[in-house]
Ligand binder design. Structure first.
Ligand SMILES: [Zn+2]
Length: 132
């Protein structure tokens, strides 16, 4: 371990900072940020942090308070409400797996379907990603 400007022991490598952040706030953005840095660095967890501990703390502190937003996981059969372009009103919808064509590709993905006329009224972001 290296020492900070006050002579206290402080983390030296990306891995040590990551473990420290993980011990304080496992689901925080700081852990996600450091995991990404570790992945990008050829030295991985053993990469020596050049920035001073003070700089690292200034950088990581706000991230420790910030939870990682886990995207909503869409499931078949999930119901919601949407404006249907055919019914021209707010209708109940259900998520169903359907062949959907986008960018000249057809894939079976979860789409939001109007319960009244069976029209596809929306496509969740996670399904749209399948076309990129
Ligand atoms: Zn409809």
């Amino acid at each position: 371990m290296r020492k900070d400007e006050e002579g206290n022991e402080c983390p030296e490598t990306l891995g040590e900072y990551r473990d420290l952040c993980h011990a304080i706030a496992p689901d925080s953005k700081a852990v996600e940020f450091l995991d990404q840095k570790i992945e990008e660095d050829s030295e991985g967890r053993n990469a020596i942090v050049i920035a001073s501990d003070l700089n690292m703390r200034t950088l990581l502190m706000p991230m420790l308070a910030e939870p990682v937003l886990t995207p909503h996981e869409y499931k078949e059969g999930e119901t919601s409400k949407a404006i249907c372009p055919e019914c021209k009103k707010l209708v109940p919808t259900t998520l169903r797996t359907r062949d959907h064509t986008l960018n000249e590709m057809t894939k079976a993905v979860l789409v939001s379907v109007c319960d009244e006329c069976n029209t596809t009224v929306g496509i969740p972001h996670s399904s749209a990603k399948a076309f990129h």
